[in-house]
Each structure stands twice: as C-alpha cells, then as structure tokens.
Design a protein around this ligand. Structure first.
Ligand code: ADP
Ligand code: MG
Length: 254
C-alpha cells in the first residue's frame, strides 16, 4: 500500500496491531505495555475490573488519547505518526460509548447524516438514503424524524450505533455500550452488536456482559492494572482460567 494523504498507511498483517502500548496520565501509568493483534472479522471482548485501563486502551485505538509509547496500527494507519489524518482514521474505526452523545437539537436522521455529509462530503440525498437503511438495520426506521429526547435509552444507543456505522467503518469499538441502560433495554442493543459480529465486522467490545462475551467473542482479553493478564477463547478464559487474578475476577462476576 502506498503513502496517501493520511500519512503513513503501511501494510499490516492484522486489522489492529498494538505493540508495547504505554499510556500515562502525569505520573500515573495506566497502560503498561500492551501487545494485541486483531485479525479482520475478529470479535475481541475486553473484560476486567474498573480502573484497569480498558477505556484508555480503546481510546488509544482511535487516538482520542495520545499514546505515551509504543505503536498502534489500525486498518493500516500508524497512529504513532504525528501526521496521521485523524478525520480519515475515524472513518475507518467507529466508537460507541456508554453515553450516547447524540445531538439533542437534531432529529435521529440528522444525527446519522452529519458525519457522511460533513466529513465524507456525501450529497444530502445519498446520506439520507444510507441513514434510512441503517435505521432499518437497527430496527428504528419509524424514528427517523424523532428527537433523541423522545427515545428510550436502548433506542438512543441503537441510533448511536447507526451513527457510527454511517461512515462505513471497518472496525467498531464499543465501550460498555449497555452499562447505562435499564436492564430491559440491554438485549436490544446487544442484538445489534451480535448482528454486526455475524456480518463479519472487526470489533473490540469492552463489556460487563459475561454471557454476551462468552457467546459472541472469538477471543476474550482479561485486563487488570494496565496489563493483559490473560487471553483466550471464551471456553478457555471462562472455563479454565489460568491466572489467579482472572479466577478471582470471574468468581465475583459470574
Ligand atoms: P476502565 O475503563 O478499565 O475502568 P480507565 O481506562 O477508564 O479504566 O481508567 C484507568 C485509569 O486511568 C484510572 O485510574 C483512571 O483514573 C485513569 N484515567 C483515565 N482517563 C484519565 C484522564 N483523562 N486523566 C487522568 N487519569 C485518567
Ligand atoms: Mg471504562
């Protein structure tokens, strides 16, 4: 692959390649040297106690946080390269947060059309047609003209997912996307994530939903104190954890 406007777009064997990733806030080292390779279409769930660095890890994958050391290559973009075009990177890697951050003054449709029109310079007609398809995909076709305030938490989160998908990303990051939802709404959001997995989307999913991780993940990573303590298939990690810290964590959450 040749160099393009986004800086060094170098060939990568995997969709996400993280080597020796360190991240400090002041003197607090939060990520202490992570190595992760994620292949195309792989679904990786990240679990671990609060404060272990899971969100910081995801934020380093789309450079919402600056890396302190190490290399992160995402869809061929080297995020350690200062000249990398973040607008372009973020069209390749979408992120969904615990809180939906929809624009309250815009309709559902306008929220979804914003990035395609502003960043991708799509025509309004094209963006509208794609947005309607995405809304249908997340089961909310009838809510196109609603405002976020008129939606339930689960519906807002499904709109937020549709909005992330609107730039047609190759990789999706989910940071506890169901943690702020009432229990009865968790299932509808997990179903959308499950559908994406079935369609072959490459995903990194930070979650407290152990049942979901067990069912959907190709690989589960257990993080604690800024390191990857253990990783494996769901059967390995949940069924036969090797490390005491993993066993201890699982005994509290399962
Ligand atoms: P997790 O998502 O696993 O709960 P986080 O990545 O949110 O963990 O946080 C890991 C550590 O990094 C915590 O000690 C947290 O206080 C610290 N941290 C996260 N973001 C910042 C920030 N912007 N400034 C300072 N410290 C931060
Ligand atoms: Mg977090």
């Amino acid at each position: 692959m040749s160099k393009n406007s986004a800086g060094s777009r170098i060939p990568a064997g995997s969709k996400v390649s993280v080597r020796g990733l360190r991240k400090s806030f002041g003197s607090n080292e939060v990520l202490k040297g992570l190595d992760v390779e994620i292949s195309e279409g792989e679904v990786v769930c990240v679990i671990g106690p609060s404060g272990s660095g899971k969100s910081t890890f995801l934020r380093c994958l789309n450079k919402l946080d600056e890396l302190s050391a190490g290399t992160v290559i995402v869809d061929g973009f080297n995020l350690s390269d200062k000249t990398v075009d973040l607008n372009e990177v973020r069209q390749h890697i979408g992120m969904v947060f615990q809180h939906f951050n929809l624009f309250p003054h815009m309709t559902v449709l306008q929220n979804i059309m914003l990035a395609p029109v502003e960043l991708k310079k799509q025509s309004t007609a094209t963006a509208r047609a794609s947005a309607l398809k995405l809304l249908d995909r997340v089961g909310l076709a009838e809510k196109a003209d609603a405002r976020p305030a008129q939606l339930s938490g689960g519906q807002k989160q499904r709109v937020a997912i549709a909005r992330s998908l609107a730039v047609n990303p190759d990789i999706m990051l989910f940071d506890e996307a169901t943690s702020a939802l009432d229990p009865e709404m968790v299932g509808e959001v997990l179903q959308v994530i499950r559908d994406l997995a079935a369609e072959g989307m490459t995903m990194v999913v930070v979650t407290h939903e152990m049942g979901f991780a067990r069912e959907v993940a190709d690989r589960v990573i257990f993080m604690a104190d800024g390191v990857i303590v253990e990783e494996g298939t769901p059967a390995e990690l949940f069924g036969n954890p090797q490390q005491e810290r993993t066993q201890d964590f699982l005994s509290k959450v399962l």
